[in-house]
Design a protein around this ligand. Structure first.
Ligand SMILES: NC(=O)c1ccc[n+]([C@@H]2O[C@H](COP(=O)([O-])OP(=O)(O)OC[C@H]3O[C@@H](n4cnc5c(N)ncnc54)[C@H](OP(=O)(O)O)[C@@H]3O)[C@@H](O)[C@H]2O)c1
Length: 285
């Protein structure tokens, strides 16, 4: 029986990246649906849950993606509301790679040392990856500051993640060198999660920090999010700090993404969001 992955994308054009990884993760066929939302999903979910019986159901699974995390979460929640008793298939949320990328980043960070009780700053943490990264760092016991160029955006992201995961994140406006310095004051960990090709933390602002221990940058498009890193870094020491670059994270992200797709087809009742995908990343890191 063919393994079918339903790709529910909230964008008008489903992600080609997610499509390729679906096949590399073990799907035999991808059914891609664009512009998905809670109002148009019911009939398609019925097509997924009513067509195969018993153990055969595990050969169907659903992947929720797209560039907007809030829309992805709403769709992910709506799909679960449609499931009932045994009429369900395994389901994964990864809008813009939020869970797989953040999980890979935080697994790489925690591989370098315990972060419990330490201050972690997620720069430009308002995007899908930064929001999930902040949650995972907080769940590992770090005191997390999430920054944005606009305080209200940081506050909204912290509130949304607090509501969904019960974590407490501290919002902060960071938009220039003085505010970047203020965010770094006393911080042990940096996770830079900004948009591609934007330098958020120049080398001159972090190299002499007496407190910083670990710096991770998710961006893979020069200029990098943290100046002075190499995107291949996987724990290299620079100015006495352990560094992780975007490709150091990306290699694990791809492994995690593929493994999560493979796991979807092992049972028909799995739900993969940040916690489940992070557990997988820790296994693979
Ligand atoms: N390494 C990997 O394997 C991998 C995988 C997936 C994604 N990525 C990378 O991960 C990063 C985060 O992805 P994402 O989808 O969460 O990011 P995103 O939503 O595109 O951007 C994250 C945040 O960056 C800030 N930002 C945007 N333009 C900026 C500018 N000109 N100056 C300063 N800040 C700016 C915005 O925050 P505010 O407006 O709130 O300030 C935005 O919310 C991206 O660089 C992406 O390419 C890497």
């Amino acid at each position: 029986m063919k393994k079918l992955l339903f790709q529910f994308d909230t964008d008008p054009v489903p992600s080609s990246f997610d499509g390729v990884v679906a096949y590399d993760g073990g799907a035999d066929h991808l059914l891609s649906f664009p512009n998905m939302n809670p109002d148009n999903v019911e009939g398609i979910v019925h097509g997924a849950i009513f067509t195969r019986g018993g153990k055969d159901k595990q050969n169907t699974a659903i992947f929720v993606g797209g560039s907007n995390l809030a829309q992805g979460e709403a769709l992910f929640d709506a799909v679960q509301q449609i499931f009932f008793s045994g009429f369900r298939v395994s389901l994964m949320l990864d809008s813009n790679g939020c869970n797989t990328t953040a999980s890979a980043a935080v697994a790489r960070i925690t591989n370098l040392g315990s972060i419990a009780g330490k201050k972690a700053v997620v720069f430009a943490g308002t995007g899908p990856v930064g929001q999930r990264g902040a949650v995972l760092l907080a769940q590992e016991g770090a005191a997390v500051v999430l920054t944005s160029r606009k305080l209200d955006r940081a506050e909204a992201a912290c509130a949304a993640m607090g509501d969904r995961f019960g974590v407490s994140l501290t919002p902060m406006q960071v938009s220039d060198s003085p505010s970047t310095r203020a965010a770094l004051d006393g911080a042990q960990i940096i996770l830079a999660a900004g948009a591609s090709g934007i330098e958020l933390v120049p080398e001159v602002l972090w190299r002499d920090s007496p407190s910083l221990e670990i710096i991770a940058d998710i961006n893979t498009v020069p200029p990098l999010g943290v100046g002075g890193l190499d995107m291949m870094d996987k724990g290299e020491v620079r100015h006495d700090k352990k560094c992780i670059g975007g490709l150091g994270i990306g290699s694990l992200k791809l492994k995690v993404h593929r493994a999560a797709i493979a796991r979807l087809f092992e049972a028909n009742n799995q739900v993969f969001d940040a916690g489940e995908i992070y557990a997988l990343a820790k296994e693979l890191a």
